[in-house]
Design a protein around this ligand. Structure first.
Ligand code: CUA
Length: 356
């Protein structure tokens, strides 16, 4: 009768510990269905290297947690003072000074565990530090901007530079290396299902590698380093394309927006009036739009998203973005254009949507 509350408490504790164990392990599809930005269901070799360290460490920690908290809870409940205890209040309990065996034990066991965990951790760190040799990776240069991403493809053959923004396309089943840098503050490149995080540091180039999945797919990424007012709105997408789709995409992106255009056309004329020329690039013969401070707009109509993958790319959102960019993204270097006429803004929107 007297022990029942103890049993109940232990039962509750074990149930909670099991829930914690499942939550930490996250290997149950039923409890934890795949989410777009899960790290525990990686889709690449690099992601699996990390997960193969993370999973055993998590389970070891769960075992230690349950053991330590279990003993603690048992002791607290089992040896608590009860009414009618024979011992008088003023009587001190028996005094114990040290226990050599216990002290050596609880020093050595953690040392052994930490050292044991260091080996797979270091192995993983070394494996991820350098691109695996033997195969030439497909290289993409990634530059972190405030608050968007520029992707440049130096490996794409031809004279034209293939540059795009916020939507990274990669061929499926291929070893890729991303060379990361920043021309402003520190950002961090993170696509949880593809690999770990890597900082983009001004004045340095740091790389990240992984083999893209064989299956085409779309992956959500985001900046993982506080980088200013719109850090949380610095997102991007990674499209893993079937090789032939990737080739088709790259060929189109490397080409000019349109074969022929005139700055007298309503779209380009309105953009010149709006000052877009001082930040953006639109590639067509004789184009005055040659700047790369802002995202290149040469094929902006082909993108699914705008504004750092924050808004779906459609005429309404594009109009909203052009009119009041800092309202969508606080601190945006893209200024408001609400001083422009409706006709001008609609001409720009119509023009940009055509640039596929
Ligand atoms: Cu870039 Cu946070």
């Amino acid at each position: 009768m007297e022990r029942r509350p103890l049993h109940r408490a232990l039962g509750l504790f074990v149930s909670l510990a099991l829930v914690a164990a499942f939550a930490a392990g996250c290997s149950s599809e039923w409890l934890f269905p795949q989410t777009p930005q899960t790290t525990v269901h990686p889709d690449t070799d690099a992601g699996r290297i990390i997960q193969d360290v993370y999973a055993p460490i998590t389970w070891i920690m769960v075992v230690i947690f349950v053991a330590v908290e279990g003993v603690l809870l048992y002791t607290v409940l089992r040896f608590r003072r009860r009414p009618g205890d024979a011992r008088e209040a003023e009587e001190n309990p028996e005094q114990i000074h040290g226990n050599t065996a216990l002290e050596i034990g609880w020093t050595l066991i953690p040392v052994v565990i930490v050292v044991a965990l260091a080996f797979p951790t270091l192995q993983a760190l070394w494996a991820l530090a350098d691109t695996p040799s033997g195969e030439d990776p497909y290289v993409v240069k990634v530059t972190g901007k405030q608050w968007w991403w520029e992707f440049e493809y130096p490996d794409y053959p031809g004279e034209r530079t293939l540059v795009t923004a916020n939507e990274l396309h990669l061929p499926a089943g291929e070893l890729v290396r991303l060379d990361l840098t920043s021309d402003n503050v520190i950002h961090s490149f993170w696509v949880p299902k593809l690999s770990g995080k890597r900082d983009l540091v001004p004045g340095r180039v740091q790389s990240i590698w992984f083999t893209t999945p064989e299956e085409p797919g779309v992956y959500d990424g985001q900046c993982a380093e506080l980088c200013g007012a719109s850090h949380a709105l610095m997102r991007f997408k990674v499209f893993v394309d079937a090789p032939e789709d990737f080739e088709r995409w790259a060929k189109r992106q490397a080409g000019p927006a349109v074969a022929e255009a005139s700055v007298q056309d309503p779209g380009p004329a309105a953009m010149l009036a709006g000052g877009c020329v001082s930040c953006h690039k639109i590639d067509f013969p004789g184009s005055p739009f040659q700047q790369r401070q802002g995202p290149t707009l040469t094929h902006v109509g082909s993108r699914e998203t705008i504004a750092g993958a924050v808004l779906e790319n459609n005429p309404e959102n594009m109009e909203r973005w052009i009119r009041h960019a800092p309202e969508v993204k606080p601190g945006s270097t893209m200024p408001s254009h609400d001083w422009m006429s409706d006709e001008q803004i609609q001409a720009i929107v119509a023009y940009l949507q055509e640039l596929e």
